[in-house]
Design a protein around this ligand. Sequence first.
Ligand SMILES: Cc1cc2nc3c(=O)[nH]c(=O)nc-3n(C[C@H](O)[C@H](O)[C@H](O)COP(=O)(O)OP(=O)(O)OC[C@H]3O[C@@H](n4cnc5c(N)ncnc54)[C@H](O)[C@@H]3O)c2cc1C
Length: 418
Amino acid sequence: MDADVIVIGAGLAGLRSARHLEQAGLAVVVVEAADAVGGRVRTDVVDGFRCDRGFQVLNPAYPAVARWIDVAALQLQDFGVGAIVRTGATTTTLAHPLRHPRHALRTITSGLLPVPDLLALARWLGPTLLDARAATRATSDETLRASLDAAGLTGRLRRDVLDTFLAGVLADSSGDASANYVRLLLRSFALGAPGLPREGMQAMPEQLAAGLREPVRLGTAAREVRDVADGVEVTTDGGALRARAAVVAVGPQHVADLTPLRAPETHGLTTWWFRATGEPRTGPFLLLDASRPGGGPAGPVWNTAVISEAAPSYAPPGQHLVQATTLLGEPDGHAGEHEVRRDLARLYGTATARWEVLAHHVVHHTLPAQAPGPIRRGPIWTGERVLVTGDHRETASIQGALVAGEHAGAAVAARLAG
Ligand SMILES: Cc1cc2nc3c(=O)[nH]c(=O)nc-3n(C[C@H](O)[C@H](O)[C@H](O)COP(=O)(O)OP(=O)(O)OC[C@H]3O[C@@H](n4cnc5c(N)ncnc54)[C@H](O)[C@@H]3O)c2cc1C
């Protein structure tokens, strides 16, 4: 035997699973196909700029993050709690009135927060805000679109703010996601101030990996997993490995490569990273474009931000890093550099011709589609000793991936204990 358990995939789910198994006293080997740990949470350093592989943020209000990540060590740099909303020629900053009091009056009088919408939002989200179990243990669920319609949340807060913001968060503008899942996401945004680690998002999975006794075997793809008489055999690029059990934590698009399960549906997005000239000043807020009549952006960019305003460590001193997100499910999701640059000129009201593209990440499988239904499905056994996990078995998020890993580790430890 090479180990008690082989964990395949060193994303957040695989790493959390390995940590749990080691804490249970088991010998664990983690194999990872890529050249570093992190899976969908990776950071490229380009000319001194930190470009995450797809714009994302870490929310310290996620219970799993608070429990298993040393957030203080990551030195989070906070985004503003709010957003800048562009509607046609008008730009409005909506911000948390207590955290950003200087924007309070403008926020209240913006016209983007009609009282009937606010009351409907309070009814729709209130129970989950008070207790997450209102969503996780709900016996019924429906699509986000149907649920917001039924709640009467149909005005500008919905059309110009929520729908546009959520499309970027879900990598999907259809409104078909689970309403309960979105309630949980909004709860986290309401309770925490998301931010970016000083060294980039990849610092989070690296912290998990650093706590493992046995280093992750990088550049080692698993090709086959099968039950054998006394456990499992995993064929890898580095040879065959034997263990008493295996955890398959490979991300939704690869599940079918190694197991009889069908690959879950996913949604994708792209992130453009620019070195911006001039001084695009939006403060530490995400800028949402809701300029299309009826909601959504007038161009390919759904949201953008001057990342270095919120996270100075993401750019060399005195320089500006801008991200722009397009959605692959939209007709213009693959818009080229020229169109994105033109769109950003409109959104920031400044010339962007000299902005330099640092990176363009096309992330086809950003998130598993979270259709209405039970929020927590749990890991699934596909063999006597083979367990499949990942964010697609929980909620499509950092929180979901960590919890999925924890549950898988606990289930395998229990089975091996007899
Ligand atoms: C652009 C983007 C933005 C996001 N924004 C947010 C956000 O703001 N907030 C939030 O909460 N979540 C966000 N997420 C989601 C979050 O990052 C994921 O839910 C989470 O990282 C998934 O972790 P995972 O371990 O389940 O899967 P993955 O990260 O996909 O890990 C799977 C790992 O398995 C490896 N692997 C695959 N096949 C094999 C094989 N055959 N052998 C060995 N290894 C293999 C892969 O290389 C990978 O490292 C975002 C994701 C992306 C991509």
